[in-house]
Design a binder for this molecule. Structure first.
Ligand SMILES: Nc1ncnc2c1ncn2[C@@H]1O[C@H](COP(=O)(O)OP(=O)(O)OP(=O)(O)O)[C@@H](O)[C@H]1O
Length: 269
């Protein structure tokens, strides 16, 4: 991956599932040290886009480039060293221990199918520490709460130590303290470790606070892309979500926050 060009870029990307076109005309790029948030209503294609960016689903048109090369040209193992993808819901055997799950993130780095080396052990311990599960390495996954499980899956992605992180709703199931902790962690990974991060979020306040740029998806197309201030306007939010938004300034921090009310002209509940 080059240090100057985008870490990841798409050009006129489209994706169809069955006979349905789910994404069209997506042009995006994310650079090292950048956090790009994907926002949009349910079913607008955020998860599908992340899956295409991760190489899990093939585009039906256009291209994803990882660094200088087309994503499709990377062998799977090479891609897994460069991209850590944490999906929205991940199934794992319930008797798997948390530490074992997180160690799966080291597979792309393994030289053989033998034991775990010191580098991997350190990466697993560090990832567990970063999500606050350092004491849970030997706990079976089925003994975790939904939020703890989510953090364990995130730790698996962090243990991969890939320069590009793709996270599908990483704050889902988390209490507010852990939501903020995960978002701070994401920002620290981008700022201090130069990771490029693309993540889907439903919480627009978190998106505004922690993302450098936001891409708004609407019916599978890019409705807007830019800084949170540029993108989170009442017009865009109305078009994207069918709600009325008011921007207010936090009395202590001076940051802009959003208040929402339902647009009575919308017909659905
Ligand atoms: N495997 C699939 N088979 C058929 N349709 C699918 C499949 N996966 C996604 N879709 C459809 O593609 C569209 C986009 O789905 P996607 O999950 O990408 O949206 P999303 O923006 O992530 O939604 P949400 O906010 O609800 O998670 C939806 O209409 C969905 O029904």
């Amino acid at each position: 991956m080059t240090t100057t060009g985008p870490a990841l870029a798409t050009r006129d990307l489209a994706c169809g599932i069955g006979r349905r076109t789910v994404l069209t005309g997506i042009d995006l790029e994310v650079r090292r040290g950048d956090v790009l948030g994907l926002i949009g209503a349910n079913g607008t294609g955020k998860s599908t886009l992340l899956r295409v960016l991760a190489g899990v689903r093939a585009p039906s048109a256009g291209e994803v480039r990882l660094g200088e090369e087309p994503l499709a040209s990377y062998p799977a193992r090479d891609r897994a060293r460069r991209i850590a993808f944490v999906a929205q819901e991940e199934a794992a055997p319930s008797d798997l221990l948390v530490g074992e799950l997180v160690a799966l993130g080291r597979l792309p780095h393994a030289r053989s199918w033998g034991g775990v080396d010191d580098t991997s052990r350190t990466a697993v311990d560090e990832a567990l520490r970063l999500v606050g599960l350092e004491h849970a390495a030997r706990v079976p996954l089925d003994q975790l709460s939904g939020g703890e499980r989510r953090r364990a899956v995130l730790a698996r992605g962090l243990a991969q130590q890939a320069p590009l992180l793709l996270l599908d709703e990483p704050t889902n199931h988390l209490d507010i303290r852990h939501q903020l902790a995960v978002m701070r962690l994401v920002r620290r990974l981008s700022r201090e470790h130069g990771r490029a991060v693309v993540l889907a979020l439903h919480d627009l306040d978190l998106a505004a606070t922690f993302c450098d740029r936001l891409a708004v998806l609407h019916h599978g197309t890019l409705l807007a892309c830019g800084t949170p201030d540029d993108v989170l306007t009442p017009d865009v939010l109305h078009d994207a979500f069918g709600v009325l938004a008011t921007r207010v300034t936090h009395p202590l921090t001076g940051r802009t926050h959003l208040l929402f009310s339902h647009d009575e002209r919308e017909t659905h509940p």
